[in-house]
Design a protein around this ligand. Structure first.
Ligand SMILES: [Zn+2]
Length: 397
């Protein structure tokens, strides 16, 4: 009898915890199945420029590439539904072409920002954590190298640190990312032909990462240096400067719309600068927040980051639609956090975020494009195939 009573009391307590207090234990179900490395891409694929199979009908004058680090389809859903209501229109509907890409490195399932950005920047699959080099460590020509050769003005704006793998793989070369290589990446950024470089300096002085002053020195004398104090004068200088301009901020200074400066204001200044004459331009904009929030499983941070990303995209798409000569491509390097979105029960209007991981996942990620030449970006791609398509959008001089 005592046993039955105990069971009854426990059942009532469990019901109360579930229904009254709102305690819900979200169980992540795990089950592993074997994976095969079927049809791995040949690592040494030549970049066949002469192939016209997937050449677009039109070549854009300018290319704006927006990469949201760690952004998957659930992130897109989160942005749409929380910022605009379940059926609201949003910036994500303004792209004419939609597709997805596989993010895997040359061997294995999970990638990192280095291998993924290298594939996008060079059109070649490479090793996990490689930056701008092939599987044997040889330097690869990047999208930015090619753009500079063809007379483009170039710029990078990131809310991550400027030597982070995503921007680094488009400009620099290193067989292994990481703090040990921060100095080498900073030096190569300093020697690059970038006209604008905007980002944070992170882990300053930690491990092998140079101190602030040493970092500025490694970036060289080629840049006029702005920041970290941000004001209207900084944005004006970024927009109107005549010599190459570097704007550097402190760790997590640029995260959301409350940040001063924020991603849309920095990207807007860079965009107005690069579009100030008739030369074509290539601008890379990176939003790091989906990855940072994914590693911390922080839904609040993610939503604030997505708001800044949307404001940036609105600004970019307004610019592109006005002139009609700019191709805008949005994608990610990999998904982070294994984000899933649900509600506790039907008719409940509380969106729940469930994270399956504190790391990257191997899920496919969105590819969106609009503007001249956008039609080749719809459909399904490997990340390195997408890199080749990006390379072919650049005009001959
Ligand atoms: Zn990450």
């Amino acid at each position: 009898m005592g046993y039955l009573l105990t069971v009854a009391v426990l059942a009532v307590l469990a019901w109360a915890a579930f229904e009254i207090i709102g305690l819900r234990v979200v169980r992540v179900s795990r089950r592993a199945v074997p994976l095969r490395q079927a049809d791995a891409p040949p690592a040494q694929l030549p970049v066949a420029e002469e192939s016209t199979a997937d050449l677009a009908a039109e070549t854009p004058r300018n290319l704006i590439l927006v990469i949201a680090d760690g952004f998957g389809f659930a992130h897109l859903t989160a942005a749409r539904t929380t910022l605009h209501g379940i059926n609201g229109a949003s910036v994500w509907d303004r792209f004419s072409q939609t597709g997805w890409q596989r993010t895997h490195p040359v061997a294995g399932f999970l990638t990192d920002s280095g291998a993924a950005a290298t594939a996008l920047a060079t059109g070649r699959p490479t090793n996990y954590e490689a930056i701008g080099v092939d599987v044997d460590g040889r330097q690869l020509e990047t999208l930015f190298d090619r753009a500079v050769d063809r007379g483009y003005r170039t710029g990078v704006v990131t809310d991550s640190y400027i030597w982070d793998a995503t921007p680094a793989a488009f400009i620099t070369h290193s067989p292994q990312r990481g703090n040990d290589n921060a100095g080498a990446v900073l030096r190569q950024l300093g020697e690059s032909s970038l006209e604008i470089l905007v980002g944070e300096l992170e882990d300053v002085g930690e491990d092998e990462v140079p101190e602030w002053e040493a970092s500025v020195e490694l970036l060289g004398e080629r840049f006029e240096v702005l920041g970290p104090e941000a004001d209207a004068a900084l944005l004006r200088r970024l927009e109107t400067g005549e010599s190459p301009t570097l704007a550097i901020f402190e760790e997590d200074q640029v995260t959301d719309l409350e940040s001063d400066p924020n991603l849309p204001s920095l990207a807007g200044a860079a965009l107005r600068r690069l579009s100030s004459d008739q030369r074509p331009f290539l601008l890379l904009i990176e939003s790091e927040e989906p990855d940072s929030a994914g590693h911390k499983n922080d839904f609040g941070r993610l939503l604030r980051g997505l708001e800044a990303l949307e404001a940036t995209l609105e600004m970019v798409l307004d610019f592109a639609s006005e002139g009609g000569e700019t191709l805008v491509v949005f994608t990610s390097d990999h998904e982070s956090g294994g984000l899933a979105l649900s509600i506790a029960e039907y008719h409940n209007m509380q969106l729940e975020a469930v994270w399956a991981s504190r790391d990257h996942t191997g899920s496919v990620v969105p590819v969106l494009a609009v503007g001249p030449g956008a039609e080749v970006f719809g459909g399904s791609h490997a990340n390195w195939e997408l890199g080749r398509l990006l390379g072919r959008t650049l005009r001959q001089p």
